[in-house]
Ligand binder design. Structure first.
Ligand code: ZN
Ligand code: ZN
Length: 481
């Protein structure tokens, strides 16, 4: 039996990768030698730096120090050695196909996001300091249900497949944010997608530039516009041209209020990314949208063949049959966990594993636990962000399941003693929005702090944890776990 969070509340699970990325970026900033004989090499480069928000546009006059700072910032966001020099690699990077939205403010917003992931709260002046030039009333939507319309169509692609690709792109975001999107064929809509060529009444700096360069751009809420360069060779399946699904997914991120991300391979990186085998949304994209659209923190409590939904206010639903939501599950399960990495549910019972996308059992499941190198009858299971994998406790040991390969990681199982202070035989686990892990056994709970890497509190969950929904109720013994 297990106790799990809903998908909605796992926004702070990505502490591990954050630390790693931060260290790499700091290293490249500090350790790269800075050249002293710097000079402006190409006026085009300054034009680029103006267009993308690294340099102000007043009079087009910049002193050497301003340009150097701008180049350094551009190199930082582009994962180039931070020299401040317009070297060959930097000029080449400026010619890479990318999104036309300015990078201005991305560094700062990202720093705030990392701060929030570490501390569980936003920087106090966060919303005021965002986006100088793009400052508009409302930088997020204040409703959860949004409509969109495809205003016109790209050349050489049939409307049917384009419509499906756009729907799939919106679905990426609705899967992780609790936002819902609906296409409307005509009339007013919150978000509009349109194809334009050259100048299209967005100002000279937003004019499209033909094939390559800026592929598309979009506006932050609540303008709700995403524009695509009609002159690009758009594709959905082919290798030549630019993939419309990937670019649309990126631009939708802007229409929801997301800035560019410096995390390599994230969808919100400013550079065009091909559709590949890796997941489209990275941990940073998920953290960003979940920080904007904070969720209701519904907790799912499992017991045998039923589950309860507990709202953030502690309201408890009636017991709901597991098999009604997840058909094909056995009558009673032993462990359940939601993974924000692939937005899937995992259930464990006896010698088998079930995996669901929403309520649909994934093909090839249930699988045998032994096939994945996992123990039978796990005590509990949970997704653990610092490792980026699923963790299963079983008696005095724990295993780590890689969700990409569906195989146990090498050198596991290891001894439970790695989890300082955590007892054997816990039968439930969940992660709270602050990133702390709660483990349960009978009436007791233990709180594990992933930053301190040890247990920091224990007690009686029914009395101490009001978000479980048992406070002020008749005590019902070990009814839930
Ligand atoms: Zn962009
Ligand atoms: Zn435009």
């Amino acid at each position: 039996m297990s106790l799990r969070d809903s998908p909605d509340q796992n926004k702070l699970w990505h502490i591990g990768p954050c630390i790693i990325t931060a260290l790499i970026l700091i290293k490249s900033t500090v350790c790269t030698p800075v050249s002293t004989d710097w000079r402006v090499e190409t006026p085009e480069a300054e034009g680029f730096l103006e267009k993308y928000g690294y340099l102000h546009q007043d009079n087009h006059i910049h002193n050497a120090a301003e340009v150097k700072t701008a180049v350094r910032e551009f190199q930082w966001l582009s994962h180039l050695p931070v020299t401040g020099q317009l070297d060959g690699a930097t000029l080449k990077q400026m010619g890479t196909p990318r999104c036309g939205v300015k990078d201005e403010g991305s560094h700062q917003v990202w720093a705030q996001r990392v701060y929030a992931v570490f501390t569980g709260k936003m920087a106090s002046n966060g919303s005021q300091t965002r986006r100088k030039r793009y400052a508009q009333l409302g930088e997020k939507w204040y409703k959860r249900h949004l409509t969109y319309r495809i205003v016109n169509w790209p050349r050489h692609l049939a409307p049917g497949p384009v419509r499906l690709a756009v729907r799939a792109a919106f679905q990426l975001w609705s899967n992780v944010s609790g936002l819902a999107f609906q296409e409307v064929p005509e009339g007013p809509s919150d978000i509009r997608l349109a194809f334009y060529e050259g100048e299209h009444n967005d100002g000279a700096s937003n004019a499209f530039d033909g094939p390559g360069g800026a592929l598309a751009h979009a506006f932050f809420p609540c303008r709700g516009e995403a524009h695509f360069d009609m002159a690009e060779r758009w594709t959905l399946y082919g290798h030549k041209g630019h993939n419309l699904f990937m670019v649309t997914a990126h631009e939708i991120g802007h229409t929801l209020g997301l800035e560019h991300s410096p995390v390599r391979h994230s969808l919100m990186s400013p550079y065009y990314r091909k559709l590949g085998r890796t997941l489209v949304l990275s941990w940073d994209d998920i953290a960003a949208v979940q920080q904007l659209y904070d969720q209701n923190h519904t907790v799912l409590v499992f017991r045998g063949s039923v589950y309860w939904m507990v709202s953030a206010q502690g309201n408890v639903s009636a017991p709901l049959p597991l098999q009604q939501r997840w058909r094909h599950l056995p009558l009673a399960i032993e462990a359940a966990a939601f993974s924000p990495l692939d937005s899937k549910w995992y259930f464990f019972k006896g010698k088998r594993i079930w995996r669901y996308s929403g309520s649909a059992l994934d093909p090839g499941f249930p699988k045998r636990s032994s096939q994945a190198g996992l123990p039978c009858h796990p005590d509990c299971a949970f997704y653990y962000a610092p490792l980026g994998h699923m963790v299963l406790f079983k008696g005095p040991r724990y295993s780590v399941l890689n969700l990409h390969t569906l195989r146990s990681e090498p050198y596991y199982p290891r001894r439970l003693a790695d989890w300082t202070g955590v007892p054997q035989g816990t039968n439930g686990a969940l992660t709270r929005p602050d990133g702390r892990l709660y483990l349960f056994r009978e009436q007791q709970y233990w709180r594990f702090d992933p930053v301190k890497v040890r247990m920091t509190r224990e007690g009686q969950w029914a009395q101490d944890l009001d978000w479980i929904g048992c406070r002020n109720r008749t005590h019902q013994g070990n009814d839930i776990l």
